[in-house]
Ligand binder design. Sequence first.
Ligand code: BG6
Length: 497
Amino acid sequence: MNRTSDHILVIFGASGDLTRRKLIPALAELKKLKLLPNNFAVLGIGRTVYSDSSYRDMISSHLEERSDVLEMLYYHAMDPEKSEDYPGLQKRLEELKGQLKIDANYIFYLATPPSLYGVIPTSLADIGLLSEDNGFWKRVIIEKPFGTDIDSARELNSSLLMQLKEHQIYRIDHYLGKETVQNVLVTRFSNGIFEPLWNRNFIHHVEITSSESLGVGTRGGYYDHSGALRDMLQNHLLQLVGLVAMEPPTVISSDAIRNEVLKVFQSFRTIEGEDIERHVIRGQYISSHVRGESMAGYRDEKGVPGESRTETFVAVKLFIDNWRWGGVPFYIRTGKRLPNRVTEIVVHFNPTPHTLFASEGTGNRNQLVIRIQPDEGILLKFGMKEQGAGFKVQEANMDFLYKDLSDSYIPEAYQRLLLDCMQGDSTLYARGDAVEAAWRFVDPILKAWQNDPAIPLHGYPCGTWGPEMADSMIEGAEYTWRYPCKNLADDGLYCEL
Ligand code: BG6
């Protein structure tokens, strides 16, 4: 059943990369699946001048195949920074509404630089376009970064809340739109076998890795002001921690789920003082050869200053100080130019209390590996008897892969998230209070890095699993990170930068 009411989706930043690469393809897919409302239009906004038809042509040249969604695209040129341009927008919306018989429900998607997150909602509110008094809904979607530290995050939230109610604000974290991330909730709360073990009595530690083999590419200018901690950890990785660690919600509703995630964030133990050096390792990739191919170091990337001290890798050991998780470390790491692209959550269970059998590998230390991407699936590692004489244990895998399902279609994150917003469901969007709580955890680390140049920044050769220091971060002689593949660098020296 199509539960989506008629509306107009207004995209600010309509000729930008995000719109071309993610939003329009997601809309095209929704159109194909007949999930868009009958009376629906997309109004692209930007400074570049296009007519409706030249905008459609431009978008069409970026689509892999022709889509019916093109006919639903319209374009309005204006400068989003100028309040005097907004009455023109209002007039255009009125015309479209009349022409296409669409109700006055609007989604305003801010696919723009964050510097416009203040001015666009203010100008829309000034001419009444955000008011829900007439019985029609108005929603605003914004993309990260939601601030660059705790103070700016608070400022952003309060400036948005001057024009909008929290239920109208949709903060995208595209990781929450991933099917496999949502499956963390289903795995935990629809199976009787995992949840009884899901606590400090049975879990030794949790490991979360999100690695990328690519470097910063053309985004050096943005990335150098961000770094791995802000770009990936503060949002995507902490959201994963939230889903792994939360209590069961009372019902599946946006508020019930997000309340539980918030409680996890509020229970993070602050990392400060000497612990910063011990529990947070930062690194930056340096040049090397990977399988014979020469890879430039971060400082040689376009838009990156030659002396940059921005981290392209970060690993953190964090504790959640609550009843369920007291004393269980969560190790999380992310980085660019690592050997391959993989995002996975590994839950390491305690070993058996007494070792009866000789074992190799993780024989008596079960692991549940939740594979977010690629090779989406779940793997349970357990010990089984090696065939033949004696009782020797070998490691075996119980393996579920999405691609083995008869219907193995995995929707793209933006597709799911856009549809949810159209249907007024904000479960998979980040709530303002949780965003601030996540910044509260990250902020002391950022401040320490800014203020104390003695905290090391480790250089790691492209194609390796980050600084050597991070390798030994996990406590316990028999434990280390799970390495989904070996280091791939042919050369390059680890160093301090
Ligand atoms: C984005 C970051 O939010 O997520 C990028 O800004 C990163 O730097 C990307 O590459 C990773 O997303 P995914 O879905 O490819 O894992």
